[in-house]
Design a protein around this ligand. Structure first.
Ligand code: SF4
Ligand code: SF4
Length: 460
């Protein structure tokens, strides 16, 4: 082992991986994070299983090309709504990052939530505190170490498999998933391979890869340098107060007055999940997890100094300027989030619960002249977008004397089902209008949709 590198907290000086064993930490932020992890682990695991409006709270039903999201149902035609949702979330994330740094990473990202909320506590159960884990890592392989490692690996694997099944449930309904589990992999090879793939990736990630995902792989992490500016509030070490650092000296010792508040205990370093020393300044690997704040506050309490040597501050504040929250990038990201979110909400509010489109058969005659009558034939494509079945009536508003034939005047459609209804309308050649109006009524909600239909015929 060659010791930590100056470049990356999780890398040794010779470029090899430094296996981090962050110390446990207590404090106010940790209490909040534990509560956040409990809520988010429950949410991430339960979302595909909790029914809202008759469908899972979140599910991407690939086979039927439907997306369920908090009671809203989207089909392939609603792709633009899903795009708006994604954009609103992305702009929200940019806004939070420009304002408060990587708080998403340290508090809500599934990588952190599962690592710190599930796997790390399990590891502590098997291997104990940081000191015990480091001792175990350095110990020679023997029966006891093998037994511990194997049992921890098996438990991690079971947890990974459980989370992988949850991930699969995002693509098939919980009922289908249960059926697949009962019927076995032989009958559902694709779903089995998908779940197996998820399990392997999760196990690799949480057993070995861990903070490397945030440090070297995550594209959002790599964007930090362009999303931050000097006014972004991040976790920061108050250098002016802490330096010159030095070991704690007794009051009255000659050099005591020259010392800053940092006693160089390195507690903030050993609790860091990415292994960085925040005293070196803002670094891209900082996840804003706040563990170093809690750790340092605990140290400050012990040495009877004020808390906050490490805390939330912007680079400008550290340099003596006032905090500036409203800045062009914050305003632009906020505006973009509001616009995309607003358009999404308005579109959802105005969304009709069904679609009715007129389709003329390709290749067929657009109209037929039969004596002094001209006839148009077309199909009405009905699509029920509601999460439940509904009945629709189809009729045509046409001038007196029109002969209208609707193939199925009343159509019963299941949730997200569609049907085509043939319609024929004949009008006197001499008195034909420019258009007739198709009227479709959703009998359950009373929603009426009128679709103008161009009436075709020979030039007059
Ligand atoms: S925990 Fe606080 S006192 Fe200890 S090294 Fe870090 S900044 Fe200095
Ligand atoms: S420097 Fe502090 S806030 Fe940043 S990742 Fe390390 S412990 Fe978390």
């Amino acid at each position: 082992m060659s010791g930590p590198s100056d470049v990356l907290g999780s890398m040794q000086a010779d470029g090899s991986r430094l296996r981090l064993q962050p110390a446990d930490v207590r404090g106010r932020f940790m209490n909040w994070r534990r509560a956040a992890f409990a809520v988010l682990v429950t949410f991430y695991v339960a979302a595909p299983f909790i029914p809202v409006g008759g469908h899972p709270m979140i599910q991407l039903d690939v086979a039927r090309r439907r997306f369920y999201f908090f009671g809203q149902t989207f089909n392939a035609q609603d792709f633009w709504l899903v795009l708006l949702l994604t954009l609103a979330f992305a702009f929200g994330l940019l806004l939070v990052t420009a304002w408060r740094g990587r708080v998403w990473c340290g508090w809500a990202c599934p990588q952190t939530v599962f690592l710190e909320g599930v796997y790390r506590p399990l590891e502590r159960l098997f291997d104990g505190s940081r000191e015990q884990r480091l001792k175990l890592d350095a110990a020679p392989w023997g029966a006891s170490k093998v037994l511990r490692r194997v049992s921890k690996f098996v438990v991690f694997l079971l947890v990974s498999a459980a989370i992988a099944h949850t991930a699969t449930a995002l693509f098939v309904s919980p009922r289908e998933l249960w059926l697949m589990i009962q019927e076995g992999p032989g009958l559902h090879l694709e779903a089995f391979l998908l779940t197996l793939g998820f399990t392997v990736v999760l196990q690799f990630n949480f057993w070995w890869f861990r903070e490397q995902f945030c440090v070297v792989l995550c594209p959002y992490g790599r964007l930090q340098s362009v999303l931050h500016d000097e006014h972004s509030v991040t976790v920061a070490y108050r250098e002016a107060r802490g330096e010159p650092r030095g070991k704690l000296v007794k009051l009255g010792t000659p050099d005591a007055p020259q010392r800053g508040d940092c006693i160089d205990c390195k507690r903030c370093v050993v609790v860091c999940p990415t292994g960085i020393d925040i005293r070196k300044g803002l670094q891209m690997e900082c996840l804003a997890c706040t563990q170093c704040i809690d750790a340092c506050d605990e140290v400050m309490d012990k040495v009877h100094k004020p808390r906050g040597l490490i805390g939330f501050a912007s680079q400008a504040e550290l340099a003596g300027a006032a905090r500036k929250t409203l800045r062009p990038r914050v305003l632009v990201y906020g505006l973009l989030m509001l616009v995309t979110g607003g358009v999404l909400v308005a579109s959802l509010a105005l969304r009709t619960p069904f679609e009715a489109n007129v389709i003329r058969t390709r290749g067929a005659m657009p109209y037929v002249v039969d004596g002094d009558v001209v006839r148009n034939a077309f199909e009405v494509h009905l699509f029920n977008k509601r999460p439940e079945a509904a009945t629709f009536t189809v009729s045509l508003r046409a001038p007196d004397g029109a002969q209208v034939v609707v193939g199925t005047p009343e159509v019963h459609l299941g949730s997200l089902s569609d049907a085509r209804v043939p319609v024929s309308v004949a009008l006197p050649l001499a008195r034909r209008p420019q258009q007739v109006v198709l009227v479709v009524t959703d009998t359950s909600s009373g929603t009426v949709k009128e679709v103008p239909v161009r009436f075709l015929g020979p030039a007059q």
